[in-house]
Design a protein around this ligand. Structure first.
Ligand code: ADP
Ligand code: 5GP
Length: 197
């Protein structure tokens, strides 16, 4: 039976482990297509253009906005990030599932445009643990960590707009739960293309 492509959106507060959990999910679900975002932030050590992100200048990003190339875009902690529309739409139309990992404001914009998507909120086990992860990954300044923790409180209020919540206490457990969500969504009758005989 042919299936419709399903859009899966993973989001949650900064430092909760979205990127880590996303990698674990992609390791298991090989036929899931990952949407690579465009960003104006500089590449970090080890990041490759077209693998983690498409890195763009401010003007290039602005041109993409004006050409309506983004499904959504947002300012996230001083840099712009956008989800390329064509990649998502083409894969879904071909019956392939697409995973996007974006911040909460981006996820809510996608939901307003694509309400059939499956929205998964990754929640921290506690604020203390979130703080320890933000400090532990060593990517953010003290000031930026304080800003992210303050945003987290407000961001948790948006959980109610999502279809699922997965608490990332242990990565394997979170990935197990997301895998179960993906498999269940794939079995939904509304996602099967029923041929008219
Ligand atoms: P996000 O993409 O949400 O900003 P990351 O994936 O960068 O978060 O994770 C933030 C930090 O927390 C990283 O150092 C990562 O290794 C760590 N981390 C992620 N998930 C867990 C977990 N379940 N337990 C402990 N540490 C975790
Ligand atoms: P980082 O710069 O640490 O890779 O990502 C910073 C934040 O931007 C993360 O919360 C990540 O989920 C979010 N992000 C990445 N790509 C996109 C995107 O295309 N759109 C939006 N709205 N957020 C994104």
């Amino acid at each position: 039976m042919d299936r419709k492509g399903i859009l899966f959106v993973i989001s949650g507060p900064s430092g909760v482990g979205k990127g880590t959990v996303k990698d674990a999910v992609l390791e298991r679900i090989k036929d899931m297509r990952l949407s690579i975002s465009v960003t104006t932030r500089a590449p970090r050590q080890g990041e490759l253009n077209g693998r983690e992100y498409f890195f763009a200048g401010e003007q290039e990003f602005q041109d993409l906005i004006e050409k309506d190339q983004f499904l959504e875009w947002a300012d996230v902690y001083s840099h712009k990030y956008g989800t390329p529309r064509d990649f998502v739409m083409k894969n879904l139309q071909s019956g392939l599932d697409v995973l996007i990992e974006i911040d909460i404001q981006g996820a809510l914009k996608v939901k307003s445009r694509m309400p059939d998507g499956v929205f998964i909120f990754i929640a921290p086990p506690s604020t203390k643990e979130l703080q320890s992860r933000l400090c532990g990954r060593g990517k953010d300044s003290q000031e930026s960590i304080i800003e992210r923790l303050a945003s987290c409180e407000k961001e948790m209020e948006h959980m109610k707009y999502y279809d699922y919540v997965v608490v990332n206490d242990v990565v394997k457990k979170a990935a197990d739960q997301i895998e179960a969500i993906v498999m269940a969504e794939r079995c939904k009758v509304k996602n099967i293309k029923i041929e008219v005989i």
